[in-house]
Design a protein around this ligand. Structure first.
Ligand code: HEM
Length: 386
């Protein structure tokens, strides 16, 4: 297997990771990424196959000991469907899908549209950051409303979520680990009292439906309920914020506009996705794509690279909202395929179409810059003027 060396904390990589992907894709179906000390896949075929391969899973078969200062964070993660495999995953995902119906998501359309208008009405006349004024507010308010958490809590949700997701970053420090543990404690404490209140006084919201959801006589325990709410709140906005930011930036740079908002949203997701790498553990000793994996060994699946594979997409580095394309990998595939994909698609498609209808003269006020983070690919800010 060919080896490559590339620091995930490198500014150049994080500003534009696609040339690196183009460099490693021809090197083989799997390439050893030295800095992560594991094989990675950069082609659409291999990424898609490994996401669906049940001999690989998200749950580490040999979990490492958890340092004391990270215990609070991992106590929450222990009940997360995203970190589990069947049968627990099947049960938790089934219960969530019962409450998170596509009909309820569709009904949110008018609400997303009204909120987009409300946020645009509040845009200042001077240059401003579209990320904080629009891209961040929209998904966090919608997911808070959907769950039934007060909108006034949005700043706390953002703060807790930002602290918790730093655990997935290559550059995380001890201070980040302490902050993530504290955020997990505060988040869980807040939700515990909130869930108790909902148990006593049910309402028409997702938390109430999750409390009531039952499959084969099984319900979510309180700890599972709390983790599921945290997962939905965190996953429910973090990636959407950055998809929206990356997409609006691309529209402004290319001059392309959302004539067909659904296709536009899909191309945003393919062209510059917010999440670039997920990993899987071999659940048994196996040989795939010419490499022998020992049980417990990890493989990196590069979603952004798969989306730019020239074997699958014509002119992959061109932003072309008109393209008819095979499915991209931005929402994953297989067992862990994103539960929130219908909501994210709806939010993106409505938000960009209302934004460009209302602000046809929107332009960049300063060159946008991506955060120096590999796992989460999003802008630090998006300064625009009208
Ligand atoms: C553009 C926005 C989004 C992107 C790009 C995205 C991407 C992803 C990806 C790639 C996965 C699979 C990870 C893996 O296979 O290891 C995933 C899982 C998940 N996502 Fe999303 N997501 C987005 C929005 C949302 C939203 C809005 C929600 C909830 C409201 C959500 C909830 C979840 C959950 C609960 C899972 C875990 C599913 C499971 O383990 O079975 N996501 N997402």
């Amino acid at each position: 297997m060919k080896c490559v060396s590339q620091a995930p904390t490198d500014q150049g990589l994080n500003q534009d990771p696609y040339p690196f992907y183009d460099r490693i894709r021809p090197l083989g179906q799997l390439v050893w990424w030295e800095d992560y000390d594991m094989p990675v896949a950069a082609s659409h075929a291999v990424v898609s196959a490994l996401l669906r391969d049940r001999r690989f899973g998200r749950e580490n078969p040999y979990p490492p000991a958890i340092p004391k200062h990270q215990a609070a964070f991992y106590a929450v993660e222990a009940h997360s469907m995203l970190e589990l495999e069947p049968p627990r995953h099947t049960r938790l995902r089934g219960l969530v899908l019962r409450a998170f119906t596509s009909r309820r998501i569709k009904e949110l359309g008018p609400e997303i549209e009204a909120l987009s208008h409300e946020l645009i009405d509040a845009f200042p006349d001077t240059p401003f950051d579209l990320l904080t004024e629009f891209a961040q507010k929209l998904p966090v308010i919608i997911i808070a409303r959907l769950l039934g958490v007060p909108e006034g809590k949005a700043p706390d949700l953002l703060r807790w979520s930002n602290a918790m997701v730093r655990m997935y970053m290559a550059s995380r420090t001890r201070a980040d680990e302490d902050a993530a543990a504290q955020a997990a404690t505060d988040f869980a404490t807040y939700l515990r009292s909130y869930v108790e209140a909902r148990r006593a006084k049910p309402a028409d919201d997702l938390i109430t439906r999750l409390i009531e959801a039952e499959e084969d006589g099984e319900r979510l325990s309180t700890d599972e309920l709390i983790t599921t709410c945290i997962l939905l709140l965190n996953a429910g906005h973090e990636a959407t914020v950055h998809s929206l930011g990356n997409g609006v930036k691309t529209a402004l740079q290319t001059g392309k506009r959302p004539d067909d908002p659904d296709k536009f949203a899909e191309e945003i997701l393919r062209y510059d996705p917010p999440l670039h790498m997920f990993t899987r553990f071999a659940m048994e000793d196996i040989e795939v794509f010419g490499h022998s994996f020992k049980k417990g060994e990890e493989v990196g699946l590069l979603l952004g690279a798969a989306n730019h594979d020239p074997d699958v997409y014509n002119r992959p580095s061109e932003f072309d909202p008109e393209r008819d394309m095979p499915p991209h990998t931005s929402f994953g595939a297989g067992l862990h395929f994103c539960v929130g994909a219908p909501l994210a698609r709806l939010e993106l498609s409505i938000a960009v179409s209302v934004l460009f209808r209302r602000c046809p003269d929107l332009k960049l006020a300063s060159p946008p810059e991506y955060a120096n983070s590999y796992h989460f690919h999003g802008l630090t800010r998006l300064m625009v003027s009208q």
